[in-house]
Design a protein. Structure first.
Length: 198
């Protein structure tokens, strides 16, 4: 058999094999476009193995969408808030490096876990949420207090079993308190649920 014909048959066989592999992987949601890469080394650095010896560029892998449940969001928020314990109180503070006031702490936690912007002061945060009865409070709900007079002037993040985390006052740091403690029980103004947790 002439050499050219042998090479043609080999090429056709390779193309048929490659086309079937492409068809199979495209049907499974992965689009093989590795041949568009500039060089074999680029393929090696950006590829992930498929079945057999085929490589598929990870750039083209179908994205995985993660839709956490409300419970997952609440746990994420609470876990992150607890990592900020012992950061000192600072009036107007909204960053760990400089310290937090109560609303700055709450705002920072929601921004950095759920990408949710809350109002910048406790009174505005109180107006922004949906009212929640105390018996229905869940992790991540906001708890509010009237420290002096009738104005909302303090906020924390509810954890569980009556506990909440907050940045209390000058000379103190982010800590966990209990709603049943006499000081907080007397000043408790209610709980609100930010829209993202509703």
């Amino acid at each position: 058999m002439p050499f050219k014909r042998i090479m043609l048959l080999i090429s056709l066989a390779f193309l048929a094999f490659f086309a079937s592999a492409v068809g199979a992987t495209t049907r499974s949601g992965i689009d093989i476009q590795a041949w568009e890469l500039d060089s074999p080394s680029e393929l090696a650095s950006t590829a992930m193995p498929l079945s057999g010896n085929l490589l598929v560029s990870s750039e083209y892998a179908a994205p995985i969408e993660i839709s956490p449940t409300r419970t997952g969001l609440r746990k994420l928020l609470a876990d992150f808030a607890v990592t900020l314990r012992n950061i000192r109180y600072r009036r107007g503070g909204h960053e760990p490096a400089t310290g937090f006031d109560c609303s700055g702490f709450v705002r920072y936690v929601f921004q950095h876990t759920l990408k949710q912007d809350l109002p910048s002061d406790s009174a505005s945060q109180f107006l922004a949420g949906a009212k929640v009865d105390r018996k229905d409070m869940k992790t991540g709900d906001l708890v509010f207090f009237r420290i002096v007079g009738k104005r909302i002037s303090h906020v924390g993040i509810y954890l569980d079993n009556g506990r909440f985390i907050h940045s209390p006052s000058t000379g103190k740091s982010v800590s966990i308190s209990n709603l049943d403690e006499a000081y907080w029980a007397k000043r408790f103004a209610g709980a609100k649920r930010p829209k993202i947790l509703s």
